[in-house]
Ligand binder design. Sequence first.
Ligand code: SAM
Length: 288
Amino acid sequence: MKKRLRDKLSEALPSDELSKVYNSFDVIGDIAIIKIPKSNLANEGAIAKQIMASQKNIKTVLTPATRITGDFRVRALKLLAGENKTITTQKESGCSFKVDVEKCYFSPRLSGEHRRIANLVKGGETVVNMFAGVGCFSILIAKTQSKTKVYSIDVNPVAVGCMEENVKVNQVKECVFPLFGDSKDIIQALLQGVADRVLMPLPEKALEYLPYALMALKKTGGWIHYYDFQHAPGKEDPVEKTKLKVAEKLDCMGVRYVFANARVMRPTGPNWYQTVLDIQVTALPSKF
Ligand SMILES: C[S@@+](CC[C@H](N)C(=O)[O-])C[C@H]1O[C@@H](n2cnc3c(N)ncnc32)[C@H](O)[C@@H]1O
């Protein structure tokens, strides 16, 4: 698509302006979201119209008006073309996810990771998803593995509202339990010692919330999927940096564990990476 977008714009824009057009954009349901560099704002209308002309399924083109911020990990969006709306439905791996792209976090770039985790879960497991958003990991797990129980927590009421609808539409009401609130409070109050597996898909809070992930695990241990952002310029290894940071915290708490899998999921900027660790916790100290 990126070539076609630039190719199609080649008649409308001079070549120096064309080179500033970002090569890729996200499509969520029937909404496209494209970043426009400040130096190219004069062409944003032409770029948006070209996206709509070349992809007939797209009804709305938006551009970020702010950076992603705050606990909810959301950003303001500005309408560039099409219907003035921010709610859509994304199809992913046979599931259907309603999302308000302005009021909830959602990234179509996580679909591969949603599938990877769903395939690791075994039938009958209890899973705690500490930062569930509109429920993508939780619902796909329930759809993929029978008899799982997924406690699916988020602190954003709009995300939890979408998650509740998504649970109904995808017919996983018996398996996925949306919970509204701060995951550390909910785990302390309701979910101590219940989980075979805990998901921590919020890099900004993962280290701080690691003790609560351990608290949610069964006394015999289990799995934690830990997500991080790492700055790793030059020869630095982002995966090793995440491992070191997490190992220091786990060692301090007297936890026994193995890093069963550790990898870069994707680059997120110049010298920045999103990493993931699949941590097998083999023994917990008695305080947990
Ligand atoms: C990166 S998003 C999660 C994305 C989601 N797992 C997915 O795959 O689409 C992080 C989510 O954590 C939620 N969040 C932030 N702080 C939280 C907390 N203390 N407890 C529960 N949820 C929290 C945000 O509202 C946001 O929806």
